[in-house]
Design a protein around this ligand. Structure first.
Ligand SMILES: Cc1cc2nc3c(=O)[nH]c(=O)nc-3n(C[C@H](O)[C@H](O)[C@H](O)COP(=O)(O)OP(=O)(O)OC[C@H]3O[C@@H](n4cnc5c(N)ncnc54)[C@H](O)[C@@H]3O)c2cc1C
Length: 358
């Protein structure tokens, strides 16, 4: 049986793989059949991932992460996980092509999907003026007119953040009132760079290599109109990819996988989760990568605990034989030492166990 299987090939999955592979755990990473590399494959330049002062194209960054993971011994399978059995000590993973893999631990790093408008030319122009992340892409729109689509808290947060760079931010909302909290609405309404286009939905985008405009439909009259724009930020929510673990792992109110404190430990021992699938707030490549580190170290600690417990059991089983063979029944010193060692092994702090294993 393998030590660890990682599901997901975004920054969280590949970073977990780098750490697990360097710890000699020979991870198997199931990367998906269609979206190898995760969300950064959909973008052009990434300017905020540490270590690349000139920026790096999203697909190039992911290619480097994969190469680094493979260099240390990660095995990559290009398929989707379609079923999981995580109730026993062996975690069983089945893929779309019907292969089954087993490991003593599992790292779940399937990310989350930003909701899309689903309108004309959106896919073609995504990463070319259409974005889902103001923190990531806001700085590209200095002194430009941008639109934010949505009416909730995250839309207001994006609009307020973007007004630092943009010359003008237009919030497009399908109703005539916002869903966002009063404080967020007040902040946006008081910002002189932000204006609102009410009762409007986006039905299409315009532009050749990048977005230059959009077609809006009035939800009251049904009339279409054109709006020139330099960039569009869609802020209509995101869905953590958790469908495979519904009923198996505890989830949070936000729909992300619940983990224990700052760790990656889920509600099932031996199953760890990392990246955007546990993160309802930050959702950045660097935070996902950091979260992958945590998951790999937690998995190492868990495996070390299993190994220590198994060694302790063998020690216990050996003990009577030893006494019988040597006849040293009265040597209480040795028996005491074994007991102490067992107690230490089973009570080992996970962090110490990880350190011992690295
Ligand atoms: C257009 C765009 C631009 C962005 N730009 C930036 C940026 O400039 N800077 C930044 O820091 N962040 C940026 N982000 C956010 C960043 O991409 C994410 O925060 C990050 O990729 C999350 O990493 P992750 O590993 O958790 O998940 P993901 O990157 O989403 O990777 C998850 C992977 O798991 C796979 N998977 C899911 N289900 C299964 C399954 N059942 N079987 C096998 N595989 C599965 C998916 O196919 C995917 O490959 C951007 C996001 C988008 C959409």
């Amino acid at each position: 049986m393998r030590d660890v299987i990682i599901i997901g090939s975004g920054p969280a999955g590949f970073t977990a793989a780098i750490y697990a592979a360097r710890a000699n755990l020979k991870p198997l990473l199931i990367a998906s059949s269609v979206e190898v590399g995760g969300e950064l494959m959909q973008t052009t330049e990434v300017e905020n991932f540490p270590g690349f002062p000139e920026g790096i194209m999203g697909p190039d960054l992911m290619d480097r992460m994969q190469k680094q993971a493979e260099k240390f011994g990660t095995e990559v399978v290009y398929d989707d996980v379609t079923a999981l059995d995580i109730t026993g000590e062996a975690k069983r993973v089945t893929t779309g092509e019907g292969q089954t893999f087993e490991a003593r631990s599992l790292i779940y790093a399937t990310g989350s999907a930003y909701r899309k408008l689903g309108c004309d030319r959106e896919t073609e122009l995504s990463g070319r003026g259409i974005s889902w992340c103001a923190t990531c892409d806001g700085a590209f729109f200095r002194n430009r007119h941008v639109a934010v689509v949505g009416g909730g808290d995250s839309a207001m947060e994006e609009a307020t953040f973007l007004s630092r760079f943009a010359s003008k931010v237009t919030v497009i909302h399908r109703r005539d009132a916002l869903r966002a909290s009063a404080a967020m609405v007040e902040r946006a309404e008081n910002d002189p760079k932000i204006d609102f286009r009410w009762n409007s939905t986006v039905v299409g985008f315009e532009g050749d290599q990048k977005v230059t405009g959009m077609i809006l439909r009035d939800t009251v009259t049904g009339a279409d109109s054109q709006m020139p724009i330099d960039g569009v930020f869609e802020a209509i929510g995101s869905d953590p990819r958790t469908h495979l673990v519904h009923g198996l792992l505890d989830l949070t109110e936000a729909g992300t996988i619940a983990v224990d404190g700052r760790s990656s430990r889920t509600s099932v021992p031996g199953v760890f989760a990392a990246g955007d699938v546990i993160d309802p707030i930050y959702k950045q490549a660097a935070t996902a990568a950091g979260s992958g580190v945590v998951a790999a170290l937690d998995a190492q600690a868990y495996l070390a605990e299993l190994d220590d417990a198994a060694t302790a059991q063998i020690g216990e089983a050996d003990q009577p034989d030893e006494i019988e063979r040597t006849g040293e029944v009265g040597n209480s010193q040795d028996a005491g030492d074994v007991e102490t060692a067992n107690a230490t092994a089973t009570q080992l702090d996970p962090a110490d166990a990880a350190a011992a294993h690295v």
